[in-house]
Design a protein around this ligand. Structure first.
Ligand SMILES: [Zn+2]
Length: 150
């Protein structure tokens, strides 16, 4: 076997230097009961966000208790609803990857009728969101997340 994953993968999985094991509340447009929702500054689609499990370093859904799992998915659903209200996508993809940052988070990726991969996952090619656009979207999502039905 020729190893293709990074040499520090096991260290990342343990949580060493984890980018999500920090206080994210000042970057979050929505603080759920056990998560923080971040709008991506490098997005694969307009409104691309990530819902990050909060409280401890967890790499996999299997690490959650049944109660945490249910609450986490409620938080993900809440964010998905806010994104749908904000951007009116034709569909929403929920991606649990963790291939770069192995701390439990779900990418919420709105899909649009004119996107480049109808019927397929979007290519993972995030591009920078202009600062003024980011600020406008962040404010909109923060307000809609506050108002959305839970
Ligand atoms: Zn972590």
């Amino acid at each position: 076997m020729t190893r293709t994953w990074p040499e520090d993968w096991e260290s990342r999985k343990r949580g060493d230097s984890c980018v999500f094991c920090v206080d994210l509340s000042d970057r979050s447009f929505y603080s759920g009961r056990i998560s923080e929702a971040l709008l991506e500054r490098r997005a694969v689609a307009t409104g691309h966000a990530a819902v990050v499990f909060r409280g401890r370093h967890v790499t996999d859904l299997g690490d959650l208790t049944a109660e945490e799992l249910a609450q986490y998915w409620r938080d993900v659903q809440h964010v998905g609803r806010a994104i749908s209200r904000a951007f009116a996508p034709c569909h929403v993809n929920y991606l649990l990857l963790g291939n770069l940052a192995p701390h439990l988070h779900v990418h919420v990726v709105p899909r649009y009728l004119d996107d480049p991969a109808p019927g397929m996952p979007l290519p993972w090619a995030p591009s920078p969101v202009p600062e003024d656009v980011f600020d406008r979207q962040f404010t909109q999502l923060r307000e809609l997340s506050r108002d959305a039905q839970r």
